[in-house]
Design a protein around this ligand. Structure first.
Ligand code: APR
Ligand code: ZN
Length: 358
């Protein structure tokens, strides 16, 4: 048995506890976590937005070092630095064999049974990972090797916020140079979308949040303008985009109200991308006539509409050659023991990414 320590949720209550994992079986690896980001999807596991099974080890945005491999693992060895994938494709289902591995039918369950507490209580792990912990045991296909020179913090962020943000701009929206982009919700994910829009040559890049404190972070990430989200948003957006609305609006909150604001903020013929992961019961109302007449496209973005195994090495190379700077995404560093405070900050809408070093 492998001894580990991690951030465990029983509903809203978060505690750092010891637990056990079984050693890696066929096709599995054991990873010592080097860094893990706190993402809103982890908060959504514990605040009622999603309905996972408890007790649950939180965390799904992480990187670490392979310390042991089970039988039949040939894509990595002990000592490799890896980024973890919270939706590893099976490469065999209909979506995987039709060029849509991000929609793999076997991936993405909020909680998976794995390991146990000292008293024998079975544990669950978030999105098959449970990475706000010292160790994970995962399928080898849920990790991709990256160069050892990439810092654990940068590697961790690639695994959720960065892949999602860059994928939303490049793959889901297909932003071209000179297009106008608006981004609603400026946490780690939204700030990554802003950075990707700048890299794509978008202009203007209008960043939107309820919290005026996000202006500084957004401008540092590459936004050209900042708007506080309120009832006048679509008018203010039109004012910055030739009276039409933005070519592309990316929603990074995960609420019906902001999805609707994103929709209203796009120009006729514009593209609206929903990155935020909302609740099943939160219903978006749209006018049937407006949907037809506006000619807009409304598209969901799961994990950046990307093939993780292809895009992560590319993003890692961009960080190492200096063309991708992830510093604007990170506002706090902390240890596992301080992770509950990071969740509290996130529920208050403060800061962006906290990177946890176990
Ligand atoms: N209008 C504009 N911004 C809002 C609103 C609103 N009505 N409500 C919240 N926000 C802002 C918050 O102030 C915060 O800056 O949205 C931002 C969300 O940031 P984080 O909580 O850090 O979330 P993040 O990790 O970036 O994830 C964003 O993407 O992957 C999904 O599940 C994730 O739905 C979540 C979204
Ligand atoms: Zn995430």
């Amino acid at each position: 048995m492998i001894a580990a320590r991690g951030l465990i949720a029983r509903g809203a209550e978060l505690t750092v506890e010891e637990f056990h994992l079984d050693p890696p079986g066929d096709g599995e690896i054991e990873v010592e976590i080097g860094a893990a980001g706190v993402c809103h999807s982890d908060l959504s596991m514990v605040n009622g937005t999603l309905a996972p099974s408890f007790p649950l080890v939180l965390g799904h945005e992480a990187a670490g070092t392979v310390v042991a491999v089970g039988a039949d693992v040939d894509r990595m060895r002990a000592g490799d630095r890896v980024v973890l994938n919270w939706a590893p494709p099976c490469r065999a289902c209909w979506h995987c064999t039709h060029g849509e591995p991000w929609l793999c039918e076997t991936a993405g369950a909020p909680s998976t049974p794995r390991g146990a507490l000292p008293d024998g209580t079975p544990l669950h792990v978030t999105l098959g990972l449970g990475a706000l912990a010292t160790r994970v045991v995962i399928p080898a296909r849920a990790a991709v090797p990256v160069p050892g020179e990439l810092s654990f913090a940068d590697a961790a962020l690639l695994g959720c916020a960065v892949l999602t943000g860059f994928g939303a701009i490049r793959n889901t929206a297909g932003v071209r140079s000179g297009e106008s982009v608006a981004v609603i919700g400026l946490g780690g994910v939204g700030l990554s979308v802003v950075g990707a829009a700048r890299a794509a040559g978008a202009r203007p890049i209008v960043a939107v949040d309820v919290s005026p404190e996000k202006e500084k972070l957004a401008l540092a990430a590459g936004a050209t303008d900042f708007l506080v989200s309120d009832g006048t948003l679509s008018r203010a957006l039109r004012g910055l985009t030739g009276g039409r609305g933005a070519d592309v609006v990316v929603e990074c909150v995960g609420r019906a109200a902001t999805i609707r604001a994103a929709y209203r903020g796009a120009r006729r013929g514009g593209r609206v991308v929903v990155v935020g992961m909302g609740a099943r019961s939160d219903i978006v109302e749209l006018s049937a006539l407006e949907l037809f007449h506006s000619g807009r496209t409304l598209r969901g973005c799961v994990y950046g509409t990307a093939d993780f195994d292809v895009e992560i090495p590319r993003l890692a190379a961009a960080v190492l050659d200096g063309s991708l700077d992830l510093r604007p995404l990170v506002t706090h560093h902390a240890t596992l023991d301080d992770a509950p405070a990071a969740f509290a900050r996130m529920s208050r809408g403060e800061g962006a990414r906290t990177v946890i070093t176990p």
